[in-house]
Write a protein that binds this ligand. Structure first.
Ligand SMILES: Nc1ncnc2c1ncn2[C@@H]1O[C@H](COP(=O)(O)OP(=O)(O)OP(=O)(O)O)[C@@H](O)[C@H]1O
Ligand SMILES: [Mg+2]
Length: 384
């Protein structure tokens, strides 16, 4: 699957225009503030029905547009799948937003799994540097292309909310009845915490080989990287050796945590253990990347994770995602840049890259099939 064409109308600073894309490598060159990230955001928003930069879709509307009823904001993505063209549209006026596939309204949930887009942006580095929630989000987003896993994440979040409410109700009014309600939610919560942790570990297990290989080829065998699933300070699970015995241990630990925190949870009215507290450790030479790694190494780790996502989908799910790379080269040295270019050149994925410095790409081994210059939101093709 690849995007043949993007049509943007009143999206941020982008001029209303039609942009043809190649199914290989597409390069967008422009100075700071010209609209490069906006263009990737337009593609991502159409495919995910949400932006990676803001939860408030009002921010995506071009603030110079005076009449959104007459001329709503729209991103049209024309996809080619098995020789069939499909038209996906994300539309927003001043009041509401909606999606259309081939002219018919469709829910965001259905679209999310249909048009796979994987993004690397400078913000992706926050997954390494910041709190555990960013790493959980990284893995949950990556594995939610499978509807079964997406449903599990939704069920878990709902149950967490319900359990917290039940704990709060009991803390305010400690009757037997309310305690029994809280206990019922706790039993479901143990089960869902186990299932979600189990799926996350299996997902990491699937990704592991491609991740380690990507990191090794970027960093030329000089160091090794891996990912562990961390339940708490005492227990980290290595996905590679995860088996039935370990999964039983996981269930035991969650049950133990339930009993351990039970009393205090009735006072704090908040779930103090469970899949919403877990973490993913990115390790380089067995040391935690958060405190040990340089900026370039951290970038390499996240980039390897994204490359592994692409490769795993191609190999195991026969799905070719579209890789969006926003300003990916900063902080990488010449050799790492060269290895990244080699990977991109050999990849079967459609790639959309933005850069402020065309020399990073054009003088290397990479041969972008389409190159655009971007100036104040206007994209102009450069003929190679
Ligand atoms: N809703 C909007 N309507 C119109 N213009 C907007 C809107 N939101 C942001 N902009 C403009 O878009 C520009 C930023 O675009 P973008 O973030 O894509 O830049 P960029 O080319 O990626 O720059 P950099 O290289 O610094 O990352 C800014 O000049 C900003 O004023
Ligand atoms: Mg940018």
């Amino acid at each position: 699957m690849s995007i043949q064409k993007i049509v943007s109308l009143n999206f941020r600073n982008l001029e209303s225009q039609e942009i043809e894309l190649s199914s290989g490598i597409n390069l967008f060159i422009g100075s700071n503030g010209m609209g490069k990230t906006n263009f990737l955001e337009a593609i991502y928003t159409a495919c995910h029905s949400s932006s990676f930069r803001t939860h408030q879709t009002q921010n995506l509307l071009n603030f110079r547009n005076e009449d959104f009823e007459l001329s709503p904001t729209k991103v049209q993505a024309i996809f080619k799948e098995d020789h069939v063209l499909r038209k996906l549209e994300w539309i927003q006026n001043s009041e509401k937003k909606w999606l259309q596939l081939d002219g018919k309204k469709i829910s965001a949930k259905k679209v999310k799994n249909k048009f796979p887009v994987i993004l690397f942006s400078p913000e992706s580095l926050r997954c390494i540097k910041e709190e555990a929630s960013k790493r959980r989000e990284l893995i949950d987003t990556a594995m939610s292309y499978e509807p079964r896993r997406q449903q599990l994440i939704t069920d878990f979040k709902k149950c967490l909310k319900q359990r917290n409410k039940a704990l709060k109700d009991y803390s305010k009014d400690p009757t037997e009845n309310l305690r029994s309600v809280a206990e019922q939610f706790s039993q479901v919560f143990i089960g869902l915490s186990f299932k979600l942790s189990h799926e996350r570990i299996l997902f990491l297990k699937d990704l592991r080989k491609a991740f380690e290989q990507a990191y090794k080829s970027l960093f030329v065998n000089c160091e090794s990287a891996c990912m562990n699933y961390k339940i708490n300070e005492e227990l980290s699970i290595n996905p590679q050796t995860y088996d039935l015995k370990e999964s039983q241990k996981l269930m035991e630990v969650l049950t133990e945590q339930y009993y351990k925190y039970c009393k205090i949870e009735y006072q704090t009215a908040f779930s103090l253990w469970g899949a919403h507290k877990h973490d993913i450790s990115f390790l380089v030479d067995e040391k935690d990347s958060k405190t040990y790694c340089s900026q370039g190494q951290q970038r390499g780790l996240i980039l390897s994770f994204k490359i592994a996502e692409v490769e795993t989908r191609i190999e195991q799910h026969n799905q070719t995602p579209i890789l969006l790379l926003d300003d990916v080269m900063s902080e990488l040295d010449k050799l790492r840049r060269q290895h990244l270019l080699e990977y991109l050149e050999n990849s079967s994925a459609q790639v959309v890259i933005t850069t402020t410095d065309e020399k990073e790409y054009i003088s290397g081994t990479l041969k972008p099939q389409k190159i655009y210059n971007i100036f104040n939101g206007k994209l102009t093709p450069i003929h190679t």
